[in-house]
Ligand binder design. Structure first.
Ligand code: EPU
Length: 338
């Protein structure tokens, strides 16, 4: 393991923000993660774990140690009549893992095609898209407890998954380094094509009996058509979570804004698309300095080149303020602010 000093993090975050890390180290094995925890007494230091850097906004130089997870490997570890369990190490690119499953005709993660980031980061925020979340296929994960350097296991229930939530964003925050995740994939496809654009896309392609690969390809097409490619335009996917508001508040808003979309949830809550709220406040496609809200998806903030993290943060706060003012709804960032 080589520990570098004063390294630019620009290549390591999809917003393309140019800040420096005081120390930077890449880890390739579970043993290296354990050595790092014990030798560097990580729990007493300032550190940042980086996977694909696709869900983070770096607002200033990082005066601690950045640990880039580079652990690779994917294997089928168990099989029964209906399922195959695949274990992937945390540094695997998420979409490579999806492709691995789709190519083996295993179902469960095809709707999550092309989500940026790494396998190890996926459980942190229970990544989700097009009607699927990883909690639906997640079996268990292995993590190193930073204080003890021990390998520990978390079951699905122990991860306390919620909408873009898990124990690792709450009580277990900064206490564990996820090193491997096991998923339970289905041999008999349970295709989820309910999300409007999927059926539309399949229909346009003349596919009436879709296979797992067809769903994956449809998702790739949909995502590519409206979400900017971070390699071309720096971004971090959805910047905010979709807010969940009481049904009573939604009804009041509906009287004033008859077009307001809403998806009823349990507990008398309604999920409102933040993209709609932001668009209604006039931000969609608007450029502010080197940043802006994307022209095809208002929820995605972009770096047009040379933006600082603080510039993007200021834009996000301005957007948050105007949504609060117009609708009385607080939208919270989905990305991690550092
Ligand atoms: N909408 C607008 N204007 C916009 C964008 C969206 O009016 O500019 C409204 C429309 O009513 C649209 C609705 O919002 O029907 C939903 O939009 P979309 O299908 O694009 O989904 P989203 O709720 O904005 C969520 C996830 C995405 C995921 C998509 C697809 C969150 C925070 N985001 O976005 O995840 O890809 O659904 O399932 O839940 C990510 O987390 O980074 C991400 C991209």
């Amino acid at each position: 393991m080589i520990i570098y000093q004063n390294i630019s993090l620009k290549p390591y975050n999809t917003f393309g923000i140019d800040v420096k890390a005081q120390q930077f180290v890449e880890v390739n094995t579970i043993e290296e993660v354990q050595v790092l925890c014990s030798t560097f007494i990580l729990h007493e230091r300032k550190f940042l774990i980086l996977g694909g850097g696709s869900n983070i906004l770096l607002t200033k130089d990082f005066d601690g140690m950045v640990i880039k997870m580079n652990l690779k490997g994917m294997d089928a570890i168990r099989e029964d009549e209906n399922h195959v369990w695949i274990k992937a190490l945390s540094g695997e690119i998420w979409h490579d893992f999806v492709t691995f499953c789709v190519d083996k005709n295993l179902s469960g993660v095809e709707n999550l095609s092309l989500i940026p980031g790494c396998v190890g980061a996926a459980p942190m925020q229970n990544i989700g898209a097009y009607g699927a979340e990883i909690k639906d296929t997640f079996e268990e994960l292995f993590a190193i407890e930073i204080e003890s350097s021990k390998l520990v296991k978390f079951t699905n229930a122990e991860c306390k998954f919620g909408y873009r939530e898990s124990i690792f964003k709450n009580e277990a925050k900064n206490k564990y380094i996820i090193v491997a995740v096991t998923f339970k994939l289905s041999k008999t496809p349970k295709l989820n094509t309910q999300y409007g654009a999927i059926q539309e896309t399949l229909g346009r392609k003349g596919i009436t009996e879709p296979k797992i690969k067809d769903i994956s390809e449809a998702i790739i097409e949909i995502r590519s058509s409206k979400l900017p490619d971070p390699k071309v335009l720096g971004n971090s996917g959805s910047f905010f979570k979709n807010p969940e508001i009481p049904a009573s508040q939604y009804q009041v808003l509906k009287e004033k804004f008859s077009e307001i979309p809403g998806y009823p949830l349990e507990n008398n809550l309604v999920k409102v698309p933040a993209g709609w709220l932001i668009e209604q406040c006039g931000w969609k496609g608007k450029k502010v300095g080197n940043t802006g809200s994307h022209k095809d998806q208002a929820l995605v903030l972009v770096n047009y080149g040379g933006a600082t993290g603080d510039e993007i943060y200021q834009l996000a706060m301005a957007i948050q303020g105007s949504v609060q003012e117009k609708f009385g709804i607080k939208i919270s960032p989905e990305v991690n602010l550092v």
